[in-house]
Design a protein around this ligand. Structure first.
Ligand code: ADP
Ligand code: MG
Ligand code: ZN
Length: 322
């Protein structure tokens, strides 16, 4: 899933608006101060003139020394803070209040997209990819165990699976949580519980990338032929490596060739060496996994991932008979 260009444009506009609003609100507070505090307006005028004075001092256009202007500015700022304090206002009362301290709501830091805007883009990505809808419906709360009542072992197993996933979500810590491998046939609730997990973590402020194996491979494929990472469309593959939790749904649905296998290997290998957790779900069984991904991937998967075996009957079919 790469940033969708429509989303990108829209969100950039949103940021411009957000920035303007913060500036306008600061302006309102400044005027409020001017109305209430005698002499502040004049002080602010003198203070704002120190900017051009500094510049002129640097280029030698005025007789003033840079140090002198700087000292003046510091003194004026100090005076201003005291003046505000005596009227019961904090010194930064008329400073703009940005939602993001890092980028001051510009969306960029040193020419790179700020983390806050990346998160916003990702959320918009969920919305436009339809995952947002799933997130509304496929929650831990809506996961029913009574589908498994007819078989006691299955019921106990799925109770255990649900409990484990819930605990994983609640105790999540990107530095400590391990990897999960959700195994089992179609319709057993793997996607349901992965979405529930993603939602819980996003709600808790974690940076989660949820992707189908097919979509992830497609992103790497796009990137393969000269399209450098980043840029306007923001197709950056780094988020697969760097997000707090990567969820790869339906591993094995992608075509199997050397490129897809080595892409998956590279992503998993990198995350494991960075100590970052990944959750994979697959319909494939052990033998099929071995056959598909050679031993070097499977030994990684089997060694580093905690397997959770889903059981029961296809819930899609059970729902039809309700
Ligand atoms: N235990 C459950 N309770 C409620 N709905 C379920 C349960 N298990 C699966 N479903 C629903 O059945 C459908 C198929 O489940 P899904 O999670 O897509 O299966 P899988 O990914 O294992 O193939 C989805 O609509 C899902 O919400
Ligand atoms: Mg699924
Ligand atoms: Zn920011």
């Amino acid at each position: 899933m790469s940033y969708n260009i429509e989303n990108f444009r829209r969100i950039r506009e949103e940021y411009k608006e957000k920035y303007k609003k913060a500036e306008a609100a600061a302006d309102v507070r400044r005027r409020e101060l001017w109305d209430r505090i005698e002499g502040l307006r004049e002080l602010d005028r003198v203070l704002s003139a120190t900017g051009p004075r500094l510049l002129n001092a640097v280029i030698g256009k005025s007789g003033e020394s840079f140090e002198k202007v700087k000292a003046d500015a510091e003194r004026l700022n100090h005076e201003r803070a005291i003046l505000l304090a005596t009227h019961g206002y904090p010194a930064d009362y008329s400073d703009p209040r940005y939602e993001c301290e890092k980028c001051h709501d510009s969306g960029y830091v040193d020419g790179e997209i700020c983390e806050c805007m990346k998160l916003r883009l990702r959320m918009a990505g969920y919305e436009s990819s339809g995952i947002a809808k799933l997130m509304g419906e496929q929650t831990f709360e809506s996961f029913r165990l009574d589908y498994y009542r007819t078989n006691q072992r299955s019921y106990e197993n799925m109770s255990y699976v649900l409990r484990t996933m819930r605990e994983y979500a609640e105790n999540f810590n990107p530095d400590k949580s391990g990897n999960l491998l959700l195994l089992g046939g179609t319709g057993l609730g793997k996607t349901h519980l992965s979405t529930a997990l993603a939602k819980t973590l996003i709600d808790n402020g974690y940076d989660v990338v949820y992707t189908g194996a097919i979509g992830m491979i497609a992103d790497f494929e796009k990137n393969r032929f000269g399209n450098s990472a980043g840029g306007e469309s923001g197709n950056d593959l780094d988020r697969y490596y760097g997000c707090d939790l990567l969820i790869i749904d339906d591993l094995g649905a992608e075509v199997s060739n050397q490129f897809t296998v080595s892409t998956i290997y590279s992503v998993l290998n990198n995350r494991i060496s960075l100590g970052l957790p990944t959750v994979i779900s697959t319909n494939l069984n052990q033998t099929e996994l071995n056959a598909r991904y050679w031993d070097r991937i499977t030994s990684r998967i089997l060694g580093e991932f905690r397997p959770l075996l889903f059981s029961g009957s296809d819930v899609r079919k059970l729902k039809l008979t309700e």
